[in-house]
Design a protein around this ligand. Structure first.
Ligand SMILES: Nc1ncnc2c1ncn2[C@@H]1O[C@H](COP(=O)(O)OP(=O)(O)OP(=O)(O)O)[C@@H](O)[C@H]1O
Length: 303
């Protein structure tokens, strides 16, 4: 459905995206994850045809998205700027959606807005931040475009609305399979839904694959620091936390049978790592964890 090849986007003298390469199969439910400033919004804007790549190639459904009516009729980007009609009442927004998007489910949209207690006679500009995001989310969901991009859709929503939103996303996706890409900082809340994950780091794709594969990328060793150090080479360690004598050591899931045997013999527990933690280890180990900063600070301040 989506093919990006060595995509680059430059703003002035800054590369917002340096090298994004990914293939996303049709009807995937994708988590677009990455640290602040890693390029998620920039990538979504390119996908939605709102800006042009500086170099590289990008295809959505076989078409280049920029300035392409066919792509824009079948895709939708919901972000905190989304506003179909300026200063409109919500009912006018619903009218516009029905006009532009043939698969828009107006009845469901009205029922959801009533459930979330969002008054449809109100003007969008008068809604609270959380209500505005919920309204936009409802429009994006009910549009049922072939591809829908949600950029941080739960920003400003309270915990209970966020929970409903994730449930809704899953229910609607199961009943109407399509390609959905969600960028979010609440990846731990989203991870049960994802079939596919794209991780951006510093403007580059560092992981593109099924969510399950990312979960299996690392393991956590819990036990005596001395034992772990005697079996695992320092170069294998992604990060370490916890205070001696019991330490938690994260390593790539590439232990040999011999290493596993030695660790288990010494009562070191070998545990799987969740998706959101795996993502954090993948994008954090280059600069060390927060413990390293604190330990270095302690060492320097006692000099
Ligand atoms: N219009 C712009 N002009 C100049 N630089 C920009 C522009 N838009 C984005 N950038 C820069 O490009 C980089 C990527 O920004 P982007 O907003 O895509 O990241 P992000 O992953 O969505 O971040 P966040 O999680 O904080 O929303 C950042 O360094 C940002 O400062």
């Amino acid at each position: 459905m989506i093919e990006a090849i060595q995509l680059r986007k430059r703003y002035g003298n800054k590369d917002a995206l340096k090298n994004v390469t990914c293939h996303i199969p049709k009807n995937s439910f994708v988590g677009l994850i990455g640290r602040n400033g890693s390029g998620k919004t920039t990538f979504l804007k390119l996908l939605a045809g709102e800006s042009t790549p500086t170099s590289g190639q990008l295809f959505v459904g076989g078409e280049q998205p920029f300035d392409n009516i066919q792509v824009s009729a079948n895709t939708m980007l919901i972000d905190d700027e989304f506003n179909l009609v300026d200063n409109a009442r919500l009912t006018e927004g619903l009218d516009a959606m029905a006009h532009f998007y043939p698969k828009f489910d107006r009845l469901l949209a009205e029922r959801l807005l009533a459930y979330f207690e969002i008054p449809t006679h109100a003007r969008q500009s008068k809604l609270s931040k959380g209500m505005n995001m919920t309204y936009r989310f409802v429009l994006g969901l009910c549009a049922r475009t072939d591809v829908t991009y949600f950029d941080e859709p739960t920003n400003g929503m309270d915990a209970s609305v966020r929970k409903d939103v994730y449930r809704l996303l899953l229910k609607d996706y199961v009943e109407h399979p399509r390609t959905i890409i969600v960028s979010s900082h609440h990846i731990e809340e989203l991870e049960q839904l994802l079939s596919y994950v794209v991780v951006l780091h510093d403007g580059q794709t560092v992981y593109v694959d099924e969510a399950e594969q990312l979960q299996q990328r690392y393991v956590e060793l819990i036990g005596s620091a001395a034992t772990i150090q005697s079996v695992i080479a320092k170069s294998q360690v992604v990060t370490t936390f916890g205070e001696a004598p019991v330490q938690h050591v994260i390593v790539p899931n590439e232990l040999t049978a011999e290493e596993r045997h030695q660790l288990q013999q010494s009562n070191v527990q070998i545990k799987g790592v969740g998706l959101s933690d795996a993502y954090i280890y993948m994008t954090e180990h280059r600069k060390g964890g927060i413990d390293d900063v604190y330990n270095d600070y302690d060492a320097d301040s006692t000099l």
